[in-house]
Design a protein around this ligand. Structure first.
Ligand code: PLP
Length: 387
């Protein structure tokens, strides 16, 4: 079946008891057993599993064309599950540009348990792989600079050294990119973002073709208490039904915003993998079907001026996170990446004038009008202001 049909139907069956076309929310902690240790449904306790988990796991596995999925209480819960199966002395190597929470989980938590973590630029990767880490982890596109990493090339290189590859596919979503097609071993998402899609739930998932990994993930969820609530699993399942419709609009609107910004005199540089001037546009084209809704732009503005600009929009709400139907704007230097010292920020290309837009599914004309009002001191279009 084609992806758009799987988005609507994979893993979804009418409720066996009532015929309800949408799954009920199984708000239960436990399940009645026939005899001690014999649970006819296969479920015993919701920390281990729940029918709402199974439904959305089957859906997510199908969307990534993977065999198994395990969902978690958050994206970072999923990463915790992966890393908790490692032993002291084991290493994880990441390509530069991982999510701040990923960096913090390794450096402030797992480092104390003897897990080695390093972040390298692509030119230093082969040397790092020679140390035989357990995993190579990377995001593509990255946050907030939208760098694109060649999944096929980096997977090939990692496999040469027996290293398994985990791709954080949160920004692209399975609508735009399937890392398994290019050799990744495990795919990780924060379902909080585009998969949930409505900024109303926190969740995560790891998808794998390895039965051994699936068992490790399920064990970690049960042993560490990384389970979501059945309601949250239901919300993610519900959100995904419109993934295709939403992502088409995110892709379309973001390209329009990126094109508008790239022609604007106050903008020094636009970061969007769908623009032909993106340095890895050819790689993006190879591995992505669309380029998603995140656009970053560097403005010729001071720190104070940039802070003023991000607070001045009407439709772009100033908030962390991304991937919801509504547009958001964020100033990495003072928000998501504030804990990084200014010198380091500069070194990795994160200037004070950098702004990240999560372009929503509103009408693109209204979104661009909102930008124009702030950037060009224009009078707002009356309809933009009357929402
Ligand atoms: C948000 C995010 C995460 C973490 O997910 P949570 O659901 O917030 O725990 C990981 N990776 C990326 C790329 C993200 O955007």
């Amino acid at each position: 079946m084609k992806l758009q049909t799987r988005i609507v139907h994979a893993g979804q069956e009418p409720d066996p008891g009532t015929g309800a076309i949408m799954p009920p929310i199984y708000m239960t902690s436990t399940y009645v057993q026939e005899e001690p240790g014999i649970a006819p449904s296969g479920y015993e306790y919701t920390r281990a599993s729940n029918p709402n988990f199974t439904i959305v796991e089957n859906l997510l596995a199908s969307l990534e064309s993977g065999h198994f999925a395990t969902i978690f209480s958050s994206g970072l819960g999923g990463l915790t599950a992966i890393v908790s199966s490692l032993n002291p002395g084991d290493g994880v190597v990441a390509l530069q540009g991982v999510y701040g929470g990923t960096f913090r989980l390794f450096n402030s938590v797992f480092s104390r348990f003897g897990i080695k973590f390093s972040q390298v630029t692509p030119d230093k990767l082969e040397e790092a792989l020679k140390q035989k880490p357990k995993y190579l982890l990377f995001e593509t596109p990255t946050n907030p600079l939208l760098d694109i990493y060649d999944i096929e090339a980096f997977s090939k290189l990692a496999h040469k050294y027996g290293v398994e590859v985990i791709v954080d596919n949160t920004f692209a979503t399975p609508f735009n990119q399937n890392p398994f097609e290019f050799g990744a071993d495990h795919v990780w998402h924060s379902t909080t973002k585009y998969l949930g899609g409505h900024s109303d739930v926190i969740g995560g998932v790891v998808i794998t073709n390895s039965h051994e990994m699936k068992q490790k993930l399920d064990f970690a969820r049960k042993a560490l208490g990384l389970n979501p609530s059945p309601f949250d699993a239901w919300l993610v399942n519900r959100g995904i039904k419109t993934l295709g419709a939403r992502m088409r609009l995110h892709n379309e609107n973001a390209l329009k915003v990126a094109e508008y910004l790239s022609k604007h005199p106050k903008v020094a540089k636009v970061y969007y993998p769908g623009l032909s001037q993106h340095p890895q546009a050819h790689v993006a084209k190879k591995q992505m079907r669309g380029f998603s809704g995140i656009v970053s732009a560097e403005f010729n503005l001071s720190l104070e001026e940039t802070k003023k600009l991000v607070s001045s929009f009407t439709l772009f709400a100033l908030a962390e996170s991304l991937g919801g139907v509504e547009s958001l704007v964020c100033h990495p230097a003072s928000m998501t990446h504030a804990s990084i010292p200014p010198e380091v920020r500069k070194e990795i290309g994160l200037s004070d004038g950098l702004i990240r837009f999560s372009v929503g599914i509103e009408d693109a004309d209204d979104l661009i009008d909102d930008l124009k009002v702030s950037l060009e001191n224009r009078v707002p279009h009356p309809q933009t202001m009357s929402v």
